[in-house]
Design a binder for this molecule. Structure first.
Ligand code: SAM
Length: 296
């Protein structure tokens, strides 16, 4: 049980279960965000697999957990996997945590989950903070549909293609970036998305100097040119609105609207501008179609 206090949540079933892999969400800054259930699991599992044992030891110390720690990170995850699977086979319970946030999001967690599932071990998530969704919900940008890119690829050719795809994406996009590469990323986004694309950059979420910088790529870029990026950053980029409108209305429908407006007496260039704003099709393209029709 977490607590005998009536106001504390009670566990649904006896945890941790033997032979189970727990993905435990840990704070991305504020220790108060560690849930009671997460704390309980971290105190009672047979083993905690983490990215950096020195870093996670601080968390374990704060919650007074004596569970042993083992490193599981990008340099050793392949060799560690068989060891961890053997422990699950022997009915030990394992908690997987990342340096911060939800394990499996931009860390090697997904491989261990895949391996555990393939070997018929139960996998349970103890949900917790995640920088991506935390930044998204405070951005003020559309959150009904969104996509997560995490860190962009390092290889230049793949990165260039990914940036192009992101610029065309009509959903809100979430990107992780380290402080020393932030300005370069904003410069690249300025080129592919243009200066006016909405963006909100969350800095140091849940920490003392939490901040949000926007509202356009150009404004955010100017800000970081004079304020050196320090801390952790998550970028929330608005979708490509032209693509949104184009996907909602066909070319034929847009041209019909345009013709209707002109027939009602509107000047062709004004009609083309209005329909362009309404549908997202380029004003010059609409105007040219109008003239073709009249030339016939
Ligand atoms: N698993 C983590 C999660 O669920 O958020 C993400 C791990 S990823 C290796 C680390 C990146 O997440 C950082 O480089 C930064 O882009 C973002 N991040 C983590 N903590 C953050 C914070 N407090 N504020 C803003 N971004 C953060």
């Amino acid at each position: 049980m977490y607590s005998t206090d009536d106001h504390q949540p009670q566990q649904e079933r006896s945890e941790p279960c033997p032979g189970t892999l727990y993905l435990v969400g840990t704070p991305i800054g504020n220790l108060g965000d560690l849930s009671l259930r997460a704390k309980y699991i971290l105190m009672n599992v047979s083993l905690v697999a983490c990215e950096d044992t020195r870093r996670s030891r601080q968390l374990m110390k704060k919650i007074e957990s004596k569970a042993p720690l083992i490193s599981y990170q990008k340099h050793n995850f392949k060799s560690r996997q068989s060891q961890l699977l053997e422990m699950l086979e022997n009915n030990k319970s394992i908690a997987l945590i990342s340096d911060a946030g939800l394990p499996g999001i931009s860390d090697p967690g997904e491989d261990l989950v895949h391996a555990a599932r393939s070997n018929n071990h139960e996998v349970i998530c103890i949900p917790g903070p995640c920088a991506a969704t935390t930044a998204l919900v405070i951005s003020g940008l559309p959150s009904q549909r969104f996509c997560f890119e995490g860190f962009l690829p390092k290889k230049q050719s793949i990165r260039k293609k990914r940036l192009k795809d992101i610029s065309q994406e009509n959903r809100t996009t979430i990107i992780y970036e380290s402080p020393h590469k932030l300005i370069k990323l904003l410069e690249d986004l300025l080129i592919v998305c243009g200066k006016d694309r909405p963006i909100q950059i969350s800095r140091e979420l849940t920490k003392r100097y939490e901040d949000s910088i926007g509202e356009t790529i150009e404004q955010a870029h100017s800000y970081f040119i004079t304020n050196k990026p320090r801390g952790e950053f998550t970028l929330v980029l608005g979708g490509n609105e032209n693509n949104q409108k184009e996907s909602e209305i066909s070319e034929i429908e847009a041209l019909e609207k345009l013709n209707r407006l002109v027939k009602q007496g509107e000047k062709p260039n004004i009609a083309a501008r209005n329909i362009s704003e309404e549908t997202g099709y380029k004003k010059n393209w609409l105007y040219s179609k109008l003239h073709k029709k009249f030339d016939k």
